[in-house]
Design a protein around this ligand. Structure first.
Ligand code: 7PM
Length: 277
């Protein structure tokens, strides 16, 4: 299994780690514009040295509960950082956005992958993604970020998530996106209760069996906070367990804050697997 972007190929025969780059609103306030671009590059460099194959850059517009960020605001946050990383690092760059214009300018600036928690449903996104010819990650979400965590319910969780994702896949293929450049994501924490998140994690294998690369994003999420009674800074063990459980079932891309630790966990699993059959 391989993803194709521009002239690059990402081989997914072995699992890949996607490192989350923090691009916070205050990246403009503390040390000034250029100092903060350099800080972002430093953070990305460290993650690549630790073994991240992809760096995911988001302007926070898509975060659960977050208020809307203007297009210009999002562009101002992410584009200079994409340009800087593109110029200085040999890694894949992912743009975490739902906005068509941000997708377009990000790809022009060097992004290799479009990561959209709204699965290209926003105005113009599908067309821009198809035209850009980069891989896309389609995530499942029930409801909208502002309200999605108020008691989400499902009649049949696995079927509903599967049906949504496959419908989006069809729409993407009809729009001209190559089938082998579509990544699926179960959307942990996006309109899901604790039990839903763990039921989905347990069913990872079923989604891998659909034949598309599966991206798993559970890093530091509230599913571990709730289960283990841990605040955001004490969810590493839970997150690593979640990553291992996903990779063991065949998830090919793991989106994380803690790259070094996740890479170690994956290596241990691969060493064990090298002695099987
Ligand atoms: C606050 C709450 C801040 C939640 C950030 C988040 C995913 C994603 C995010 C995911 C893909 C986070 C989330 N989560 N993109 N973007 N999959 N593809 O924990 O699970 O990073 S934002």
């Amino acid at each position: 299994m391989q993803l194709h972007s521009k002239s690059k190929i990402l081989d997914l025969t072995s699992p890949k780690v996607m490192g989350i780059l923090n691009v916070t609103p205050d990246s403009f306030s503390d040390g000034g514009f250029f100092a903060n671009i350099d800080k972002a590059l430093q953070q990305a460099t460290t993650m690549v040295q630790q073994g991240a194959a992809i760096i995911d850059i988001g302007g926070e517009s898509t975060r659960p509960g977050a208020c809307d960020v203007s297009v210009q605001n999002e562009l101002d946050r992410v584009i200079p950082i994409i340009e800087k990383i593109h110029k200085n690092l040999d890694c894949w760059i992912s743009i975490d956005t739902s906005k068509a214009q941000v997708m377009q300018e990000a790809v022009d600036a060097g992004a290799d992958l479009i990561n959209d928690v709204r699965a290209l449903q926003d105005q113009g996104a599908l067309g821009i993604a198809a035209k850009s010819e980069v891989p896309v990650c389609l995530m499942h979400m029930q409801g909208l970020p502002r309200t999605m965590q108020s008691a989400p319910e499902y009649n049949n969780l696995l079927e509903e998530v599967k049906t949504f994702l496959l419908q989006r896949v069809n729409t993407c293929i009809e729009a001209g996106i190559r089938k082998d450049n579509i990544i699926l994501d179960l959307g942990f924490g996006f309109g899901k209760q604790l039990k839903h998140n763990f039921q989905l994690l347990a069913a990872t294998k079923e989604f891998v069996a659909l034949g598309y690369p599966l991206l798993t994003g559970v890093s530091r999420k509230s599913m571990f906070g709730q289960l283990l009674n841990r605040d955001i800074n004490n969810r590493l063990a839970g997150s690593l367990a979640g990553a291992l459980i996903a990779v063991q079932q065949g998830s090919q891309i793991i989106r994380v804050h803690d790259v070094a630790e996740t890479v170690d966990v994956i290596r241990v699993l691969q060493e064990v697997n090298s002695f099987k059959e």
